[in-house]
Structure formats: C-alpha cells, structure tokens
Design a protein around this ligand. Structure first.
Ligand code: NAD
Length: 252
C-alpha cells in the first residue's frame, strides 16, 4: 500500500519548487493533495499527471487570515480532516547588509514566513486529527546566520522556535511537529538569491555555494520532498520537535 493512501494533505507554496515536488511525491504515494498558493498555476506549469481527482489548487495569501479561512472551509467541506499540514510558502527578501536592508522588505519576509506559518496552523488546527504530522519548511538559514540575508535568517530561526513550542503543545495528542531545514536547493528561488548575494552569474554563484557544502553540491528538490514524506508518514512516528536537516552538512 502507498505510504499516504487517502491521507489529506494541505501544503502552502504548493504550486512551484519544493512545494510542487512534495505535492507530486505525496500524490504518487496516494495522498489527496491541496496546494495553497499566492498564485494560480500558469498554463502548463503543472505536470500532466497532476490533472487528477486527488490534486487541487487554491489561491490564498498566507499573510491574510480571511483568505486562508475561506480555503480551509472549502477543503474541509469536501474532506473534513487534514492529516498532514506543510507550511512551506516563502520568499527570500533582499540581499543586503543590515545597515541598508529595506525595512518594508524585512517586515514582509517576517510576515510571510512567521505570521504565514502561524496563520496557516491556527486556521487548520481545528481540522487536524490526533496522530497527524505538521511540517514547516525552515532552512539551513534557520540554524546559521549568513551575511546579507538577515530578514530571511530571522524568519527561518523563528519558524524553528514556533515549531518547538507547537510540538510541545500538541505532543499529548500524538501530533508531531518538525521543521525540514534544506540547504541550498537546485531551483530558481535559490539561483536568484545566490546571484544577488554574490553579484556573480548563476553558474559561478552556484559553484561558490557548492564550496560551502561539505557534500559539494546543491540538493535536488526531490531530496527535500523525500524528507517531507518521511516526516509525514508512519516511519517517523517517534520523531517530533526536530530540525531535520537536508543540507549536505552545511550547518556543521
Ligand atoms: N530553494 C532553496 O534553496 C531553499 C532552501 C531552504 C529553504 N527553502 C524554503 O523552501 C520553501 C519553498 O521555497 P522554493 O525553493 O520552493 O521556492 P519557490 O519560490 O519555488 O516556492 C515558494 C512558493 O511560495 C509561494 N508564496 C510566496 N509567498 C506566498 C504567500 N504570501 N502566500 C502563499 N504563497 C506564497 C510562491 O508563490 C511559491 O509558489 C520556502 O519556505 C523557502 O524559504 C528554500
């Protein structure tokens, strides 16, 4: 039997990058996947096999609680319980030292990652059954603090603190809460911030980041999705309050 047969999954940031790779893997493992995103999928951006009665997309900004409530109401009208919640929506923000970091960008990065995670958890909690799994996509930057990404580092560290507090609250119900902490991933989100941080072109920036990773390369999106699957499924049922690193050793 598939690992997530008929499990209902809500994933934010679910129509691109790591979120889409995770949605795709979970769907292949039998899950009913609801991908919630600020944007709607553009023509041809989803793999054809996700035109499926077990895959749904919903538009909502995770910083807007009323939009999340409306999406959760429409999901739970169809599927009353949410078995796996993944708070994954994110933005990178500016690549700038603190002295010149634009305050409005700093605030938005915190709003999306920190308030967005809080909003998503609070909106879905009444529908999350005992023994389920909540996963938050933090980052290696939730464990270390590189220069020029102070807002992102602040937000990603905050998600770890939030995860630990929530894990303690929900453990009596057998609900597990963990972060996945990816290192640099081979995708557009990471290419963009690497180029802006280093001022180099994509391949040079990529090579310079590879030197910071003991395993010498970026992660593939499917490698992050596999970590999500492990934390969502039954093989991790003794694991909660963990920062699950998929960073090639980068955090040391
Ligand atoms: N790419 C990496 O190297 C890397 C490394 C560590 C952690 N992360 C984290 O992984 C997560 C996914 O990033 P990704 O690499 O797949 O990037 P991505 O840009 O492909 O995906 C992010 C998704 O979040 C959505 N989103 C942004 N703001 C939103 C909002 N306010 N409401 C709803 N949806 C919103 C975007 O539309 C997008 O679909 C993010 O939380 C990111 O911080 C990424």
């Amino acid at each position: 039997m598939a690992i997530l047969e008929n499990k209902v999954v809500l994933i934010t940031g679910g129509i691109s990058g790591i979120g889409l790779a995770t949605a795709d893997l979970f769907h292949s493992e039998g899950a009913i996947v609801h991908a919630v995103d600020l944007n709607s999928p553009s023509e041809g951006s989803l793999p054809p096999h996700l035109v499926s009665p077990r895959f749904f997309t919903h538009q909502a900004d995770v910083t807007q609680r009323d939009q999340l409530d409306a999406v959760v109401a429409s999901i739970t009208a169809q599927h009353p319980l949410i078995d796996v919640l993944i708070c994954n929506a994110g933005i990178s923000g500016a690549a700038s030292e603190v002295a010149t970091y634009p305050a409005e960008v700093f605030a938005r990065v915190l709003e999306v990652h920190v308030m967005g995670t809080f909003n998503t958890v609070q909106a879905t909690l009444p529908f999350i059954p005992d023994q389920s799994s909540i996963i938050i996509t933090s980052s290696v930057t939730g464990l270390v603090g590189p220069p020029k990404v102070s807002a992102y580092a602040t937000a990603k560290h905050a998600q770890v603190g939030f995860m630990k507090s929530l894990a303690a609250e929900l453990a009596p119900r057998g609900i597990r809460v963990n972060t996945v902490n990816p290192g640099p991933v081979n995708n557009g989100f990471q290419n963009d911030i690497e180029e802006r941080m280093t001022g180099l072109d994509a391949s040079q920036a990529n090579a310079s980041f590879n030197e910071l990773i003991p395993l010498g390369r970026h992660a593939e999106m499917d490698e992050i999705a596999q970590a999500m699957l492990f934390l969502a499924g039954p093989h991790s049922k003794m694991i909660t309050s963990t920062t699950f690193r998929v960073d090639g050793g980068m955090a040391g």
